[in-house]
Design a binder for this molecule. Structure first.
Ligand SMILES: [Mg+2]
Length: 179
């Protein structure tokens, strides 16, 4: 069965922590917006530094098998679009298959699921357990994949949600072979 793969952007595809290290003016909790774009020295950054190494090979492979991919992100909309452009991820995610909302995006999950062809099995990748939990409560048949790029730190941050068990927990897309 062909799949619809839905990806969160930050810390799933996009290396948010790398960008924060480059941004000398970063203050904790500051949302990424055009003001920040202007203060970053982009000449120090190669597009591939902004994307985890497993992302491009896996996206290409999954597309080759006939799966569909979607982006489902939240934040400052122009800021998020800038991340897609700066990282080259916009080659995979155009305005047709990317959905970016002001937080909280989980409110829009129902709308996103309605846009997906019904013959596709949905897999949803996010680093936030609460989003996966909401997704599963809307549609019990979807596969939820928790992406913990930095497992130790993430585990600590998510302890309060431990009652929900996602279908899979991974630290890299390389751990998934059957898609
Ligand atoms: Mg994220």
């Amino acid at each position: 069965m062909k799949k619809a793969l839905i990806f969160d952007l930050d810390r799933v595809l996009f290396n948010t922590d790398f960008l924060k290290r480059i941004d000398k003016g970063y203050k904790k909790g500051e949302p990424f917006c055009l003001k920040i774009v202007k203060r970053i020295n982009w000449t120090e950054i190669e597009p591939q530094d902004l994307v985890y190494k497993d992302v491009y090979p896996k996206l290409n492979g999954w597309l080759k098998k006939g799966n569909k991919i979607y982006l489902f992100s939240q934040g400052d909309i122009r800021g998020q679009r800038y991340k897609l452009k700066a990282s080259g991820l916009n080659k995979f995610f155009s305005s047709k298959n990317s959905y970016i909302f002001s937080p909280p995006k989980a409110k829009k999950l129902k709308n996103i699921f309605q846009k997906i062809p019904p013959d596709l099995e949905i897999w949803y990748f996010d680093d936030k357990l609460e989003n996966l939990k909401t997704a599963k409560s809307i549609n019990g048949t979807i596969k939820t994949v928790l992406v913990w790029r930095n497992k130790k730190k993430d585990e600590k941050n998510h302890l309060e949600n431990i009652l929900f068990k996602p279908d899979l927990i991974i630290t890299s897309f390389r751990e998934i072979n059957k898609l």
